[in-house]
Design a protein around this ligand. Structure first.
Ligand SMILES: NC(=O)c1ccc[n+]([C@@H]2O[C@H](COP(=O)([O-])OP(=O)(O)OC[C@H]3O[C@@H](n4cnc5c(N)ncnc54)[C@H](OP(=O)(O)O)[C@@H]3O)[C@@H](O)[C@H]2O)c1
Length: 357
């Protein structure tokens, strides 16, 4: 590497973005060649991150001019977008800003998006069945069109990046679990919500169908982002754009068995009346209890999806956590939720806002 690269992480106060930054900061090899920048959206978050050896920025990703100025002034070469998988405006602003940066610097620029595996399940309307990340995913997504907000963003990433001369990658994220290492939000989304709802209701629920969705421990997930950044910094030509999907799946999450382990842990702590599981009375009741968008809940709770990660493995990604370790981690997850789940996720706010808002 002849120059120091500048990496901007969005969603830096979040579970995934914060954990990526913590991992990068712990790697002397990486920080010798790259300067880290983090964007957050509150003063409290900025203060929490200010103790880290990185440049904390506070601007609105919705503000095109502010994004362009931040990318230009900080000479950003790589954006890791971990703030929102479905907001077109953020994707557009970030990629356009990188495109302009490429023109002024004459250097290659990169955008790493974070998407969602559930999108590729039958329950979410994916009609093509079993899928490798080396298959023609972009073409199939194009065929289906952008009616799903996450698919729309996936397509936009490829199209906008191509238009602006930006090299893009799409890390397709499964259910993530485990204690995050960021400075702000340290827990994931679905499993903590299931635990919190169980405590509120005094009963652990499961969906009427036993899903086995893809899953990955947070430490394995951040390792994949790290590998991608290493390859970029080493100027290696790796699959990108239409071919740049990376299924970040380590193993499956057998939901009923896992919820049974959660019930056992909560019961042992006196937080639910018994260790028996009850079926959710309806998907609507589950959505309400979990405070998740009703349109996504069926897929989130019951999807399995047949995904095979090929691209990450080819880059040398070797997840450490497996299904057995996942099941054994349920008690630790309860402990983490009780200790650390103090900051709610805002990722569904826009989807759940009433149309009149
Ligand atoms: N965790 C999982 O299991 C999982 C699975 C699949 C995909 N994903 C995707 O990965 C991404 C990150 O997830 P996460 O678990 O890290 O969620 P998270 O803990 O809620 O973090 C998201 C972060 O992004 C910020 N953010 C959200 N919308 C923003 C906006 N419009 N402008 C600026 N910042 C914004 C949030 O800011 P505030 O703190 O101010 O709200 C938060 O700090 C999400 O898109 C999610 O859909 C996550």
């Amino acid at each position: 590497m002849s120059h120091i690269s500048n990496i901007l992480v969005t969603g830096a106060a979040g579970y995934i973005g914060g954990s990526i930054l913590a991992d990068f900061l712990s790697r002397p090899d990486l920080i010798a060649t790259a300067k880290l920048h983090a964007v957050v959206r509150s003063e409290e978050q900025a203060q929490a991150l200010s103790k880290l050896s990185l440049n904390v920025l506070s601007f609105k990703l919705e503000d095109e001019a502010a994004v362009a100025a931040a990318v230009e002034q900080n000479k950003i070469d790589i954006v890791i977008h971990a703030a929102n998988s479905s907001d077109d405006l953020l994707v557009t602003n970030l990629i356009q800003a990188l495109g302009r940066r490429r023109t002024t610097s004459g250097k290659r620029v990169y955008f790493i998006h974070s998407s969602v595996t559930t999108l590729f399940s039958e329950e979410a309307g994916w009609p093509y069945g079993m899928l490798k990340d080396t298959d023609s995913i972009y073409e199939r997504e194009k065929e289906l069109g952008g009616s799903h907000p996450i698919r729309k963003a996936n397509l936009l990433v490829v199209d906008k990046a191509q238009e602006c001369g930006v090299t893009s990658f799409n890390v397709v994220v499964p259910n993530v679990y485990g204690r995050g290492k960021g400075e702000w939000r340290k827990v994931s989304i679905l499993i903590p919500a299931l635990i919190q709802a169980s405590i509120r209701l005094g009963k652990v629920h499961k969906f009427d169908v036993d899903g086995h969705p893809p899953a990955t421990h947070i430490s394995d997930l951040v390792a994949l982002y790290g590998i991608l950044v290493d390859k970029i910094l080493q100027n290696e030509d790796i699959p990108s754009g239409k071919n740049g999907y990376y299924f970040a799946m380590a193993h499956r999450a057998p939901w009923w068995a896992y919820m049974q382990a959660i019930a056992k842990s909560l019961h042992a702590r006196g937080l639910v009346a018994d260790a028996e599981l009850e079926i959710w009375p309806s998907d609507e009741a589950a959505a309400k209890a979990l405070q998740f968008p009703a349109q996504f809940i069926r897929a989130m709770g019951t999807a399995s999806g047949g995904l095979e990660p090929v691209n990450p493995r080819r880059l040398g990604w070797q997840p450490v956590w497996n299904e057995k370790a996942f099941l054994e981690s349920a008690d630790g997850e309860v402990e983490d939720v009780l200790e650390l789940d103090t900051i709610r996720t805002g990722i569904f706010d826009k989807v759940m806002r009433p149309a009149t808002d």
